[in-house]
Design a protein around this ligand. Structure first.
Ligand code: NAP
Length: 426
């Protein structure tokens, strides 16, 4: 029998499938553990369940591994008599390069705001892709990001709603000053009128809620989540400028705003950043928005830079997605379009294998190559992936590879469903 401690889970049925290999998950069956290259595509070797007697194993080291994971086991229990399984998390063994990278993550300038040029999107930790996540795992992911030099965290009051900000607030306890903290308002009405609401009264209520949930007295970058057609942008920016003057927010951002709105907003108070969807398969900002941002010296934050996971090549069929996954309502993930889009994922994978990187890293490196005023915020709730994504900072693409990626097969299907597209200014 294995006894759990801390975040150790004890189950009755052994399950040899590792869910988070590079978190160095330890699974143990009645005192028999083996080390294996279970997931060779990951950089860390996981420790996996010792299989029943007779199966192939390499190097048993139960006592040391159990102790590191905070597990205790009954001495002498034979493998074949397994009656329980424990799962714990080993402290990461950090290779020297990873430790050095902590100090060398490059930075980007969004207006006059300095951020690590790769940030972390927290949305998927609470909503969207699989429903509520595993908060402990998400907090470890945020902490790992900070250790790797990621200083730019993204959330919104609507994620959850509210619980994502609470989660980020908990993760940042004692480390608030280490990050540029961005959140958003405007998709929830606090005035009772419903729909998009960026009226000054709604903003006043929203900011107090966000500050409370985030456990802070200032927000570094406060974005309007979608342009509100019923409130002149001048009124919205005027209210935000007052919050800047009061020290409640430090910078103003917009999301999915078009060129006319950006100009009008910037004339009232400097806008620091625009956050809109931009990735290898969503190129909408290139013809008009990006040139305007450069003219006005506004930074750009690409959201969904991994194409909601698609560009990583890890999802190979639309049927893999959970029924609750919001990509089920995204046209690019419909069964028909998904299969056509696989071609783009394969083109990214081809470049990735040339540069010895992963597809996710290539998708991010392509964005980074577009300018030092661009800071993508890939979303993940996993330590292994935040490590992988942060390491994209070190990936350099040759001009010929960038050119090929620029000409990637265009995506089949819009990047949002019809209702969501109506909220995007173009
Ligand atoms: N302003 C807006 O309207 C808006 C809209 C959408 C998103 N956002 C922001 O942008 C952030 C990022 O966008 P996003 O989360 O929609 O999309 P994304 O970053 O393009 O992709 C996230 C998805 O990719 C997976 N993933 C992450 N790293 C991976 C890797 N290295 N290999 C394989 N899969 C990987 C994640 O799964 P796991 O979590 O399981 O790793 C998740 O399902 C959000 O968190 C949010 O903060 C803003």
């Amino acid at each position: 029998m294995v006894y759990g401690a801390g975040d150790v889970r004890v189950e009755n049925v052994p399950d040899a499938r590792l869910v988070e290999s590079s978190d160095a998950v330890v699974r143990a069956v009645a005192g028999c553990i083996s080390r294996s290259s279970f997931a060779p595509e990951h950089r860390h070797t996981p420790v996996i369940v010792g299989p029943p007697r007779g199966a192939r194993t390499r190097g048993h080291e139960p006592a040391r591994t159990f102790a590191a994971a905070g597990l205790r086991m009954k001495p002498g229990a034979p493998c074949a008599e397994a009656d329980a399984i424990g799962t714990g998390h080993l402290p990461q063994r950090r290779p020297a390069e990873a430790a050095r990278k902590d100090l060398t993550m490059k930075h980007a300038k969004l207006g006059n705001l300095d951020v690590s040029r790769i940030g972390l999107g927290a949305m998927g930790m609470s909503t969207a892709y699989i429903g509520p996540g595993d908060d402990d795992q998400s907090i470890r992911t945020i902490h790992r990001a900070l250790d790797l030099g990621v200083t730019f965290l993204d959330t919104a009051e609507v994620y959850g709603p509210y619980i994502n900000e609470e989660l980020v607030g908990r993760a940042l306890k004692g480390r608030r000053d280490a990050v540029v903290l961005a959140t958003k308002f405007g998709l929830i009405s606090h005035t009772g009128r419903g729909g998009l609401d960026s009226s000054p009264a709604s903003i006043r209520a929203a900011v107090e809620g966000s500050l409370r949930r985030l456990g802070t007295d200032y927000i570094d970058l406060y974005y309007q989540h979608r342009v509100d057609p019923d409130t002149p942008i001048e009124d919205t920016i005027g209210a935000l400028a007052e919050l800047v003057a009061e020290g409640k927010i430090r910078h103003i951002g917009l999301s999915e705003a078009g060129v006319a709105t950006i100009r009008r907003a910037h004339a009232v108070h400097p806008v620091t950043a625009l956050q809109s969807e931009y990735s290898l398969w969503t190129r909408d900002p290139e013809p008009a928005v990006l040139p305007l941002l450069r003219e006005l010296r506004i930074g750009f934050v690409p959201y969904s830079p991994l194409g909601r996971g698609f560009l990583t090549g890890q999802i190979r069929s639309a049927g893999e997605l959970d029924d609750a996954d919001f990509r089920r309502n995204n046209p690019r993930f419909s069964t028909e379009n998904f299969d056509r889009n696989l071609r783009s994922a394969d083109e990214v994978a081809a470049v990735a294998s040339e540069v010895g990187a992963t597809s996710a890293q290539v998708a991010l490196a392509w964005l980074l190559a577009k300018g030092d005023d661009i800071a993508p915020i890939p979303g993940t709730k996993r330590v292994s992936r935040v490590e992988e994504n942060a390491a994209a900072d070190q990936v350099t693409l040759a001009p010929e590879q960038i050119d090929r990626l620029d000409r990637l097969t265009p995506a089949a299907g819009d990047h949002h469903n019809e209702e969501q597209m109506r909220m995007i200014e173009r």
